[in-house]
Ligand binder design. Structure first.
Ligand code: ATP
Ligand code: MG
Length: 214
């Protein structure tokens, strides 16, 4: 289980997160709501280990992992701006995490090829990512986040660039995979309908505090 305990963060003397605590169980999806600038992406970054909080701790399965490097957490973070590797093609962007986990390049590409099928990207495997459409890039980022079978899945506005049909299809795909793999998932979204469709419950960041919403 993922647990955030009493997280505090401030920038330039302005408090952003104040005593934020949250638990997300295995197979649970929690939606993280809140206005623009309220600290949602910051909280995901702290959870992923990209930045240390000013105070507070991050726990996984009763271990304090606050000081653990991001690549050792087996968490996947899908960034709001995708952060794909521009010099790699679609297939190698998706395979990257597996190569990092010491799979052979051949095996990584074979698994990535399957993942591309799931996300309707098979025909784009050899394309460079920088000339893909926004929705195509978003699907590459989703495939890349799921392929390493993370223990925790952190999604920052994951479906925002997709058309309505694709969005509905991928929500279902994600839910099923999260449950099958027993992942804990934190989903940042502005879309209340999406939160309702995907999440078991929702919390909202308001003035630096986390409020249970439903
Ligand atoms: N490293 C930093 N230094 C200074 N200020 C920062 C830093 N990182 C984030 N901030 C500020 O903290 C606030 C919260 O940013 P954050 O990206 O977490 O918001 P958000 O809730 O994800 O917003 P959005 O919905 O627009 O994505 C913003 O005002 C941002 O400018
Ligand atoms: Mg954000």
């Amino acid at each position: 289980m993922l647990e955030l305990r009493h997280i505090h963060q401030r920038y330039a003397d302005q408090p952003l997160l104040q005593d934020v605590s949250l638990q997300v169980a295995a197979s649970e999806v929690v939606a993280l709501l809140g206005p623009s600038g309220s600290g949602k992406s910051t909280l995901l970054g702290i959870t992923a280990g990209l930045q240390a909080p000013d105070a507070g701790s991050v726990w996984f399965d009763d271990q304090d992992i606050t000081a653990l490097a991001p690549e050792r957490r087996r968490f996947a973070l899908m960034f709001q701006d995708f952060a794909l590797f521009p010099h790699l093609n679609v297939l190698d962007n998706v395979a990257f995490g597996l190569v990092e986990q010491r799979h052979s390049r051949r095996q990584a590409r074979a698994l990535a090829t399957q993942m591309l099928e799931v996300f309707g990207l098979a025909a784009l495997a050899q394309r460079r990512v920088w000339n893909l459409s926004g929705g195509e890039q978003q699907r590459v980022a989703l495939a890349r986040a799921l392929i390493t079978q993370p223990r925790v899945l952190l999604l920052d506005e994951p479906f925002s660039a997709l058309d309505a049909d694709l969005r509905v299809a991928l929500r279902g795909e994600f839910r099923a995979r999260i449950q099958a793999a027993g992942m804990a998932a934190l989903l940042v979204t502005h879309d209340e309908q999406e939160a309702r469709a995907m999440a078991d419950r929702a919390v909202r960041l308001v003035d630096g505090r986390l409020l249970a919403t439903w």
